[in-house]
Structure formats: C-alpha cells, structure tokens
Design a binder for this molecule. Structure first.
Ligand code: GAL
Length: 475
C-alpha cells in the first residue's frame, strides 16, 4: 500500500540509537470491556461512570474495545506494527476482585495469555500495576485517602509479581499519581469523583507509599524485570513576568511535578508554602520510615508528556467538564492559552520542544538520582469519524509523533537541553482508539481506528508510518 507521508522516516530513524525501545501503551479499563466477565470485580471507575453527567455523552466502558475477547487480533496488530515493547496495565479488580484476599484465577489466566502471546510475537511486555482502576471495596473504605490501600496494593503487587515476574521485562507500579489525586480526589472529574481540593493531598502520599511497597513486593517476588513508576510531567510557565504570576507558576510546578518526583527520587517532599495547610496537617502523620519506603532504588523512570502549562494569578472562566484543567476554574489561579500553538482535539497545545524542557528539568533537579528514562506515553487525539472504510489520513498525528520523538532525541543528544539523560524509549499513546475516561469515546488517540459499533479495527496512516519508522532503524 502506498501512503501519503508528511515526515521523512529515514531521517528520524537514523537518529534513533541502537537498543532504543519503540512501543505503544494502553490501559486495561480503557480497552478491555468484559467488566463482569471472568470473575472481575467492580472498580471505582465502574461506579463513577454511572454518575449522571460524569462521562461525555453518557458513554459506557462496558465493551470499550472488547480487548478481553479480541486478544489474538490485537496482538496480531502489535506484531504487524513491529513494536519492540507493549505497555499494558493489569486490572487490579480482575486479578483481586475485592482488593484483598484471594486472587482470581481467570483474571491471572487472561494476563498469562496476553504476556505469552506478546513474547511469542517477539514483543517485550511492560506491565503497569495500577492505571486508575481501584477495586471498589477499597474505594468504599476511602480509596487513596486511606493508608490501608497502600498496603493492599503491596499485596496485589506481590501476587502479580509472583505470577508474571518470570516473563515481564518491565514493571510500572503506578500510572500518574498526579492525575488520580487531582482529577479523582481534588476536583471530582475522574473516579472516585471526590472534590476535596487541598484535602485530597493525602491521596498523593498514600499512592507514593503504595509505589514504595509495590517495589518492595516485586523485589520480594524476585521478578526478573526492571521496576519503575510513571509520572505525568509538564513544564510550567508564568503567563507574565509579574511576581504574582511567577509565584503561581512556582506553586503549580510543586503541585504538578515535584510532589511526585521528589519523594520517589530524593526521599523528601518539596517545601510547600502556607496555602497547603491541609497538607501540612496530613504531613504530621508522614514518618521518616514512609519516606524511606517511597524512596526505593528504581531501574527506570517513566515520563508521560502531553503538553506544557502556562498559569496566571486570578480565577479563570468555567471550563468544560472534560477539560483536564476544569479543576483549576475553582482556584484563585488559572491556566492560560498558547494562541501561537496548534491544538489537538482535546484542545491541548502542541509543543514538542517542551518535551526537551521537561527532560532537562528532570536532569537539573535530580542529577545522578534520575534513573534511565522511558517516555511511557505521548500522543494526540484529533477529530475523526466514527467509522471508516480505508486508512485514515491522520497526517497531524504522524507529525505530532515525529516532532515529539525528534525533540526528545535532540534534547538528550550532545549539546542538547537534556544532554546526559539516559533516554531509553518512547511509547506512543495509544495502539487503538479507546475509552478516554471522562471524555468517553470522543477523543481518538489510536494508531488504529476502532469503530465502536462493529469493533472493526482499521489501522490509520500513522500506524503504517510508525511501522516504517520501526523497520527503517539501523539494525
Ligand atoms: C494519560 C493517561 C492515559 C490516557 C492519556 C490521554 O494521562 O495515562 O490513560 O488517557 O492521558 O488522555
């Protein structure tokens, strides 16, 4: 098939170092469906989607991509794409329906089949233990506001490690604790739908504690693969050079970036200003032993980068509920547009250079404490039709991916803004269009188009572009 291409593949391919991993990423709740099959228990997300208005157009995740029943077809898509690695998540409530106690054999068997078929296809598995689907019984006991959830996570991590530890190449404990704390507990736009503002801050600490206990559990289970976690990072810019805007940018940077990376990589929380009184109260219960648990040696650090953030002092206007910055409209500061930049379907500014900025910040902040880095997610949604009869001409997505990968490679190259960062790979978000959380099925991020009425999978041109890139690398 001859396809239109906007980006010369050979040039980009020639800049990819040997043994650099190219992969795609996905998450259980967004693709699996089969929520009541095979002994799976409900998650906090299963309950949240029932809330009127929680999900755009009232969309249901009950079927999603029906991946649970279409595993062979989806692994065949991965194999044909030729990725080195596939990042997927294990569903905690599929493996341990109550979030404690006995494991569910059918759930474990499903992931056994996934892992074995990936290996048979020559694809290395990167497994995320937690991509936001907390077992509902734990959510009912407070979820991440309850310290006990961290301990339960440790037990679950051990069970997963014991079963899959001989075959998984890399383990990600948590995906984006920031998003869960902010969207789920502070602003209520994701499960569990709590709007606690600063009282949500303990949800950060308990997730990080879960991360530490999870690392210890995986090591106790003698897993052969590397262990890391994935954090969302965004460079934060003040809208102007005024003292007020710079102060907001500083605070926002602490809240979005450093609260998650500092304890994990340095063993301490950043010093917070007085606005965070509820956090300071909660902090009284944080022990040195907790910080030691959180500060585990890691084999890699996962970075999810999508967009930069610009902030200004003063309230913003009410934003769309599915807007990731909706939350901010209740605070005395706001995010500000980048009028000069193109936007994705979600309205996110397209800023590949800022990926280099983030990598440079990680190096400057953490130095030798920063392990090798994988970009564990990056990608974009664009308005696309519900059904197609031929590969979609998604030139914007190709350009987005080429520019971001190119920017990351340039940043870590000699003389680059992040020279010295040991960047090991890039995972495209995502293999196929899926259930995009509160946005339902309205945001298509996939390299493969999914017709949710028929479950037909049709690779987009970006899929063939990425396949060419993978194939064109130096052997
Ligand atoms: C990430 C998240 C993914 C996906 C992506 C695109 O924050 O980890 O699950 O939703 O954003 O919105």
């Amino acid at each position: 098939m001859t396809l239109e291409r906007t980006t010369p593949v050979a040039h980009l391919a020639s800049r990819i170092p040997p043994s650099f991993t190219l992969g795609v990423a996905a998450a259980a709740f967004q693709i699996e469906g089969a929520l009541a099959d095979g002994g799976r228990g409900p998650s906090g997300w299963d309950a949240f989607v029932e809330k009127p208005g929680a999900i755009e157009a009232g969309a249901s995740p009950a079927v999603a991509c029906d991946h649970y029943n279409r595993l062979p077809e989806d692994v065949a898509l991965l194999q044909d794409l030729g990725v080195d690695s596939y990042r997927f998540s294990l569903s905690w409530p599929r493996i341990q329906p109550d979030g404690r106690g006995p494991v569910n054999q059918a759930g474990l068997d499903f992931y056994d089949r996934l892992i074995d078929s990936l290996l048979a296809a020559g694809i290395t598995p990167m497994a995320t233990l937690y991509h936001w689907d907390t077992p509902l019984p734990l959510e009912h006991r407070g979820g991440w506001l309850n310290r006990e959830t961290a301990k339960r996570f440790g037990d679950y991590a051990y069970a997963a490690g014991a079963r899959f530890g001989d075959r998984v190449s890399q383990w990600v404990t948590l995906n984006e604790p920031l998003s869960v704390a902010f969207n789920g507990y502070a602003f209520g736009v994701h499960a569990p739908g709590r709007a606690l503002l600063f009282d949500a801050l303990p949800a950060i600490h308990h997730q990080l504690l879960a991360h530490g206990l999870g690392v210890q559990a995986l090591r106790a289970a003698s897993v052969v693969g590397g262990i890391g976690l994935t954090n969302f990072h965004a460079p934060i810019e003040p809208a102007s050079n005024t003292r007020r805007d710079r102060l907001v940018a500083h605070v926002y940077d602490l809240a979005m970036n450093r609260m998650y990376a500092d304890p994990v990589l340095l063993g301490r929380y950043p010093r917070l200003p007085l606005w965070a009184q509820p956090w300071l109260r909660a902090k009284a219960r944080i022990t040195d032993a907790d910080l030691q648990t959180i500060h585990q040696p890691l084999d890699f650090y996962g970075l999810n980068y999508y967009f930069p953030v610009k902030v200004a002092m003063g309230r913003g206007q009410e934003l769309r509920r599915t807007d990731p910055h909706h939350a901010m409209s209740r605070l005395p500061f706001r995010t500000v547009d980048y009028p000069e930049l193109a936007r994705t379907g979600f309205g996110w500014p397209v800023a590949p250079d800022h990926l280099g900025t983030v990598l440079g910040q990680l190096r400057d902040r953490y130095g030798a404490a920063l392990p090798p880095v994988y970009i564990t997610e990056g990608g974009a949604s664009f308005p696309e039709p519900d059904s197609v009869s031929a590969p979609l001409r998604d030139a914007e997505r190709q350009q987005y991916l080429a520019d971001h990968l190119g920017s990351a490679l340039a940043a870590v190259a000699p003389g680059g803004v992040a020279e010295g960062v040991d960047l090991r790979g890039y995972y495209v978000w995502t293999l196929m269009d899926n259930f995009e959380w509160a946005a339902g099925y309205t945001q298509r991020f996939g390299l493969v188009h999914v017709d949710f009425a028929t479950q037909a999978r049709t690779p987009k041109q970006s899929y063939y572009w990425f396949r060419d890139l993978i194939r064109s690398r130096e052997p």
